[in-house]
Write a protein that binds this ligand. Structure first.
Ligand code: AP5
Length: 262
């Protein structure tokens, strides 16, 4: 399968529906629609980047929307967004009504003919039910829901070593994917730093929220016959190979990859 030509800039997702969008699907009939599940730090964002490169579609992360909002001057943030950032800083889930409002404003990205790779949404059964309702209304059936699995100790190791570029948002890891020069982004020379919610006290809260509120989605999507599980251990390339294999053997994804001659 050919690689996507241009990486979508996701501006309509990150900044909202009034921002210009550069998504020009080459083959709209083949647009992929995937949902990524898994504990914080399991590697969803890393895999989403690889999937975008291989399959096209836009990487839609709710966490990225909130992090982008942090760059807006405080006086210009809506009260709901300011509250959301406080939840995020502590590692707690942002309340459903705030998340769903953000999704509603960006519904065009879910309907986009270029497809989507959702990462970090849905995160509760309530959010998943609303997403199903939206998708049904537009006759969209996701190709698969990919659940990445990894022992908790390894998840903690990935989170505690993560370094993010303050400028281009590229992600590194202190030991498994270190930058060439300590503290400096390989891509843009920006400063690398630890995310606020990767501090030990916030990691515990995030893992608890995941087990309580997000892991029930595994059962939810299993019942819809959409779930495929992928072992997230090993290198990002190992995990990516497993992901493509899992898609190949899944009910809907298998047809899609076969039709594309992949
Ligand atoms: P969000 O941004 O969605 O964070 P998350 O789900 O906690 O996931 P992460 O971004 O932390 O990890 P990841 O799985 O993408 O891992 P990554 O690829 O970076 O959400 C943040 C917060 O926003 C939430 O806590 C909540 O407050 C709020 N929020 C967002 N959406 C919400 C919603 N729908 N409802 C309510 N609240 C919401 O990898 C991690 C590290 O591991 C990196 O350093 C990477 O280099 C390394 N790594 C990755 N893969 C491998 C590998 N195979 N081997 C070795 N190292 C690896």
């Amino acid at each position: 399968m050919s690689r996507a030509q241009t990486k979508p800039d996701r501006m309509a997702w990150i900044k909202g529906p009034n921002a210009p969008c550069n998504v020009e699907p080459e083959r709209p009939d083949r647009a992929w629609r995937l949902i990524l599940l898994g504990a914080p730090g399991v590697g969803k964002g890393t895999q989403a980047d690889l999937l975008v490169e291989r399959l096209g579609a836009c990487h839609l992360s709710t966490g990225d929307v909130f992090r982008a909002a942090k760059c807006i001057p405080e006086c210009n943030r809506s009260p709901a967004m300011a509250g959301a950032l406080d939840y995020m800083k502590r590692g707690e889930l942002v309340p459903d009504h705030v998340v769903l409002q953000i999704i509603k404003e960006r519904i065009g990205c879910l309907r986009c003919r270029g497809g989507f790779i959702l990462d970090g949404f849905p995160r509760t059964v309530g959010q998943a039910e609303v997403l199903q309702m939206f998708l049904r209304a537009y006759d969209i059936i996701p190709d698969a829901v990919i659940n990445y699995t990894l022992p908790t100790l390894e998840v903690i190791g990935r989170l505690s070593g993560r370094l993010t570029c303050g400028n281009c948002k590229a992600v590194f890891h202190a030991t498994t994917a270190p930058p060439k020069k300590a503290g400096v982004c390989d891509h843009c020379g920006g400063v690398l730093a630890q995310r606020e919610d990767d501090r030990p006290e916030a990691i515990g809260v995030r893992l608890e929220a995941y087990h309580k509120s997000t892991s029930p989605l595994i059962d939810y999507y299993n019942k819809l016959n959409l779930l495929i599980s992928v072992d997230a251990s090993g290198t990002p390339d190992d995990v990516f190979r497993r992901t493509i294999e899992a898609l190949r053997t899944s009910t809907r994804g298998g047809h899609r990859l076969a039709a594309a001659g992949a």
